[in-house]
Design a binder for this molecule. Structure first.
Ligand code: ZN
Ligand code: ZN
Length: 345
């Protein structure tokens, strides 16, 4: 068996390991698809605040159950599944209240525990979700980033008919866009290049606004009556956090999704004076995962729209570099196992 190891920042290597035997309560999964996430790239670049090196990356994945521990129902063998990559303690106050995504002892596959950029991985049986009919392995691998967007949307409290502003039209921003449209929201996306503005519109945003690189003038002007109920910060940079607070209408909610690697000074008077609700969002729970799979099965989240490149397990570093290179347009780069690998879908 072969797996990728991120030994330390900028150092990816391969390692052979022996066949695993799942223990009680565990299943062994043959990995078939694994997305490369912006947070994987952060870990590779040494910018992820919570990664424990050395580690096998990979937390967005699907595959087939090929073995099961003693007390696991044997009927699961051969099932096509995706995996919620969070390992919670089950014992802390957050776990006991059902919010295990913010477990005090949370470990996530691919960051603090070995992930799925490998041929086979053992996971607890209670972390798997069966893929519904019509959801293929690449679609199953998208359930994780989709669940991130769905959880963020739930945290914001928006309902059908609400207007939302999404700052950053990367994978998660686009997942929020699709899920919010399905909910009946009006979606405005802010991006910093013309190409990404066009892409956000292609993904169904009602409006996409260019900020940044353009000469000052009309671009970057918010409509005065924008009326957003929620603003989603999906980038994780000081300037976009500042933008989120500045563009949030009085009384609205600012949802912080970006992973910040540094402390960010903000104009806190905007929060006080405007009665802004600022809330963080981390990962998801099983309910969000189920909703994600429903949206993928229902065609609201189309794998072919999101997956722009695929690589094999031997070319993971090449996949990372596609995401790092600003000249390569990517949405989701997927590692595909078995069968022919294609560089473009
Ligand atoms: Zn991810
Ligand atoms: Zn816990």
């Amino acid at each position: 068996m072969k797996r990728v190891v991120l030994e330390k920042p900028h150092r990816l290597s391969y390692e052979n390991y022996g066949e695993q035997v799942p223990g009680p309560g565990d299943v062994l999964i043959e990995v078939r698809a694994c997305g490369i996430c912006g947070s994987d790239v952060h870990a590779y670049l040494g910018k992820h605040p919570f990664v424990k090196y050395p580690v096998t990356p990979g937390h967005e994945f699907s595959g087939e159950v090929v073995a099961a521990g003693d007390d696991v129902e044997p009927g699961l063998l051969g099932s096509r599944v995706c995996v919620e990559p969070s390992l919670a303690c089950g014992d802390c106050p957050q776990c006991r209240s059902g919010r295990y995504n913010i477990c005090e002892n949370l470990r996530v596959l691919g960051f603090q525990a070995d992930g799925a950029m490998c041929e086979r991985i053992t996971v607890p049986r209670n972390r798997i979700h069966l893929l519904p009919q019509g959801v293929d392995f690449p679609g199953g691998a998208l359930a994780e980033p989709a669940a991130v967007g769905i959880h963020a949307l739930a945290r914001s409290g928006v309902r059908s008919g609400s207007g939302i502003l999404v700052i950053g039209g990367g994978v998660v921003g686009l997942m929020i866009t699709r899920a919010a449209k399905a909910l009946g929201c009006r979606v405005t996306v802010v991006e910093n290049t013309r190409e990404r503005v066009g892409r956000a519109l292609g993904f169904g945003a009602d409006e996409a606004i260019l900020f940044g690189e353009e000469p000052p003038g009309k671009t970057g002007e918010m409509p005065a009556d924008a009326g957003f109920q929620a603003v989603f910060e999906c980038v994780g940079k000081p300037e976009t956090m500042e933008l989120a607070l500045r563009l949030a209408p009085r009384g609205s909610t600012v949802v912080v999704l970006g992973v910040f690697s540094q402390a960010v000074p903000v104009q806190i008077s905007l929060v006080q004076d405007g009665e802004l609700n600022v809330c963080g969002t981390l990962m998801y729970t099983g309910e969000d995962f189920k909703r994600a799979l429903d949206l993928i099965a229902g065609g609201v989240i189309e794998p072919d729209d999101f997956i722009t490149q695929t690589v094999g397990l031997d070319d993971v570093e090449y996949g990372y570099n596609m995401l790092i290179d600003p000249e390569t347009p990517t949405v989701k780069v997927l590692v595909e196992f078995g069968g022919g690998n294609k560089s473009d879908r």
